[in-house]
Design a binder for this molecule. Structure first.
Ligand SMILES: [Zn+2]
Length: 78
C-alpha cells in the first residue's frame, strides 16, 4: 500500500494524522519536500502535539511516544 511512497519516520510519515493540524490526514499527507519548508506540529502516528524547534537550517520535532525527527533526516532524496 505504501510501496511507492518514500519512507518517512513515523512521526511525520505514518499518515494517520495531519502533521500540521492534528486532524485526520485524509489525502493531504505531506511530502518530504513540504516538510522541508514547514515543520510538522503534530505526530502523524498518534496525533500528539510535538515539541518543535526551528533552526536556521531546518527543524526538529519530537513526539513523546514516537521519538524525534530532524529535517536533515528528510533530505535523502535531494
Ligand atoms: Zn507519536
Amino acid at each position: 500500500m505504501t510501496d511507492e511512497v518514500p519512507v518517512l519516520p513515523a512521526p511525520v510519515g505514518a499518515g494517520v494524522y495531519n502533521v500540521y493540524t492534528g486532524g485526520p490526514a485524509g489525502s493531504t499527507v505531506p511530502t518530504a519536500a513540504q516538510l522541508g519548508l514547514e515543520p510538522p506540529r503534530f505526530c502523524a502516528d498518534c496525533g500528539r502535539r510535538m515539541i518543535v524547534q526551528v533552526r536556521p537550517d531546518g527543524w526538529w520535532a519530537k513526539c513523546s511516544r514516537h521519538g524525534q525527527v530532524d529535517s536533515k533526516d528528510l533530505d535523502t532524496r535531494r
